[in-house]
Every structure is written in C-alpha cells, then in structure tokens.
Design a protein around this ligand. Structure first.
Ligand code: SF4
Ligand code: SF4
Length: 427
C-alpha cells in the first residue's frame, strides 16, 4: 500500500504522533500564521478525523492540506520521528481522489505530460514574454509580471531561455578518456530558465573526465503533480523518465535540483508500486542517482588541481529537499571551501525553508513572501557578495527576495562557482 494510493497507508505514522507540539517550534507556516492548522500536529488531527469519518473531505479541508511547504523541519524535530511529509502527500492525494483536481492544475499537469506541446509553449513564451513580463534593468535580474494575477506582484521571475538547455547540447557530451558515463536529468527549471546552471554541471563533469548523456526523451520529474495529489500524471511522468534513462546506457544519474533528486531517490519507487516492471527500474536507478554535490565529493571525487581563484564572500542556503530530504549539507560546503579565494560565511539558520516549495508559492504567495523575508534578512546579515544554493527553485525564490530587498548579492548554484573556478584555472 503506497502513500499515493491509500490514506490508510499513513495510519502507522499517525499513531506515532503523541501531540507534543515540538513541531510548532520549527514550522515556517506556524511561525507566520500562529494557527494550529498550519503545523504538523494540527493537520495530523485533521487526517485522523477524516479517517475516522468524523469530518468530510471538503474544499476547505483540501485548502488546509495545501498549507505546508513539505520542508520536513517537523520530521527533523519530532521526538517520535513522524514522517509528516508522507502524511501530507497522502492527504493531498486523497483530496484529489475524493474532490477531483482543480481545473487549472489539471491543464498544467496535462501540458507537462505532453512534452512537445510544453516545449512549444515555452519556446513561444520566450519570444513573447515581454508582453506579460516587465524586464528589470541592470544585471541579469529577470522580470516581474505586468499584471497582478495573484502570484505576488513583486515576485521576480527568471527570463525564459531563448533556447532550451537540452536542445543546445548533443545527446552525448564526450570526453577523451571517460572515467564514467552519467545521464544528466536536467529538470524543467534548468531546461527552460536556468540554462547557465545546466552548462555549469556539464562543464564540471567534463572537467572531471565524465562523459555526459542528456536524453532528449526526459521531461518534468513529476514532483509538481505528486505534491498536488495528481498521482496519475506523476506516474506517467515518472515512467517516461525511467524509460528514457533505462535506454540511455549511463552508469549513474546526476541531478542538480533537490526536488528532481527526491523524485528519483524517494518517489518513483513508491509511485510504481503495483507495476513490477517499472518498480524494478525505479529501484535500480534509486541507488544510482546522485545530487551533483554528492557525486563530486563521494563518488568521483572532483579534481582540486586546476581550480582558479575566485575572491568572494559566499553564504550557503540549504534547500530543504537536499538537506533534510537527502541528507546532503556537508558536500556543497566542502566544494565551496575547496575553491581558492572563497570565504564561506554561514547565515543564521541556513536550513530554514525559503518559502518557495514549488506551487506553494503560487497558491499562497503572501505566506511564501513572509517566509522568504526572514531568510533574506538572514542573508543580508552575512554581508556576502554571493548566495549559493543547491536547487534552482530556491535560487528563484532567493533571487526575487534579494532584488526586492535592494541587496546586491547574486544567487547561484554551488556548481556554477566550481565551474567558474575551473574556468579561472584554465586562463
Ligand atoms: S513533534 Fe511529532 S509527535 Fe510531536 S506533535 Fe509534532 S508530529 Fe506529533
Ligand atoms: S513540513 Fe514544514 S511547513 Fe509542513 S508542517 Fe512540517 S514544518 Fe510545517
């Protein structure tokens, strides 16, 4: 029984909750709303009552289940190790089973499944984005929406790339004497917006004699669909990716997005439950999927010779799904500290959620902004020039916050600094 197919699957977790309230102290939603429904304990009580038949699944209840960034801070602070992320994902899937999916989400996830149509939409969007988005002058600052459509009028979005990342590369990026062949799962943010991050991943891997395969058949990881309860769409997307990488003939899969990493490591196996053929493929790749930081520190390890100097003060934000989700927090710091000239200055609470959480920031823009404001204040306190992180979605949120706070920091993925250092070394 999977969390995606039955709410009964989380009963074993619900009984572990002793209602101590320790989760309140760390929950970003509770800190802003001060409402019990914001915190894990409150939502656990609602799921229990739903399972007991004491309450009905209503639109209002589904809305309450949307009040969570799935940051897993409550998991980490729970004396009984209640995996609240599993409970909330199961509750959202149940909401969709009982009440159906919101029509807008239905259209979005359907389009995400139709890769060619989605590619065409994004390509067309890149040409006409000026109609809906007003570019911010200055460094590569991105753009704000011209009209307030409820997404937060000040939010700064990255510009859509004129050419997608995957279409800019050959299917195989060869190196003279490859140590390994890896498949690069790019995810949507890198493919359509942050092509600079994707380029840095390829540059660093090839600088370390790793051949990179970029399967063109890959698409969205499916996490946006699964966290919103659209399990049928998430399964379709997972199957497409599993097949694409099964066909690619790589030794391992590399990801540089924390949500995509969680999809391959944690979600695909559970989504494929009941489908032995695909479950076997998912289980196989789960053990061979690495976040780029993890891969460079634990598997390769990356070359220290040839690193050029970058004189810069840098602070690091831990993405929730990389830090608590995959236990990766030392590796990015090890990479940063190994770059000559980089001074790593830790912010207060680097592991606190930035408030992005994918569609959470769209459904709850005001709350997302309040959570972000605290993170940006911590960043400002470091007086650094650069914010490094390990996830493109966090990069978007932090960049928006930094620009709106009038700070001058640029926000990048750790791998971009490493690529820059190798480039300096080659000069
Ligand atoms: S900290 Fe854990 S056991 Fe305590 S109320 Fe929260 S979820 Fe329940
Ligand atoms: S996962 Fe994060 S946002 Fe959700 S209830 Fe737990 S601490 Fe709060």
């Amino acid at each position: 029984m999977s969390i995606y197919t039955s709410l009964d699957s989380v009963k074993e977790y619900l009984i572990k909750c002793m209602k101590c309230g320790n989760c309140q102290a760390v929950c970003p939603i509770f800190k802003e709303t001060l409402k019990e429904v914001g915190v894990a304990r409150g939502k656990i009580s609602l799921v229990e009552r739903l399972l007991d038949g004491k309450i009905e699944m209503t639109e209002g209840l589904a809305d309450r289940f949307s009040l969570c960034t799935t940051c897993m801070a409550c998991n980490a602070n729970c004396p009984n190790a209640v995996p609240f992320d599993k409970i909330i994902l199961a509750a959202r899937a149940e909401a969709v089973r009982r009440k159906g999916l919101h029509p807008i989400k239905k259209v979005i996830f359907k389009t995400l499944k139709l890769q060619r149509l989605f590619d065409f939409g994004m390509k067309t969007g890149s040409k006409f984005q000026g109609l809906a988005m007003k570019r911010i002058e200055g460094k590569d600052y991105g753009a704000r929406l011209r009209f307030d459509v409820g997404l937060g009028k000040d939010k700064v979005f990255p510009n859509l790339a004129p050419k997608t990342f995957r279409s800019s590369y050959k299917k195989v990026v060869e190196v003279p004497h490859p140590k390994m062949r890896v498949g690069f799962f790019t995810g949507c943010m890198i493919n359509y917006f942050y092509t600079d991050m994707g380029k840095a991943v390829v540059d660093v891997l090839t600088a370390n004699d790793i051949e990179v395969i970029i399967p063109s058949e890959q698409g969205c990881c499916g996490i946006p669909a699964s966290v919103n309860g659209d399990i049928a769409s998430a399964k379709d997307m997972a199957k497409r990716n599993l097949q694409a990488f099964e066909n690619a003939g790589a030794d391992a899969i590399i990801v540089s997005c924390s949500s995509c990493g969680s999809a391959w490591k944690h979600s695909y196996g559970e989504l494929m439950e009941g489908d032995p053929e695909y479950q076997a493929i998912a289980d196989k790749w789960k053990k061979k999927t690495y976040d780029i930081n993890e891969f460079l520190v634990k598997v390769v390890p990356f070359k220290k010779e040839g690193l050029g100097r970058i004189d810069r003060k840098v602070t690091y934000h831990d993405p929730c799904h990389l830090n608590r989700g995959q236990g990766i927090n030392k590796e990015p710091r090890e990479i940063l500290k190994s770059i000559p000239g980089i001074q790593l200055i830790e912010m207060k609470e680097p592991g606190r959620c930035c408030g992005m959480a994918g569609s959470f920031s769209i459904v709850h823009p005001d709350l997302s902004l309040k959570i972000s404001d605290k993170k940006i204040a911590d960043i400002a306190g470091t007086k650094t020039e650069t914010v490094a992180t390990g996830c493109p979605a966090c990069r978007l949120q932090l960049h928006s916050g930094v620009v709106n706070a009038g700070l001058d920091q640029n926000v990048v993925h750790v791998i971009q600094l490493l690529a820059e250092s190798y480039a300096e070394g080659r000069k």
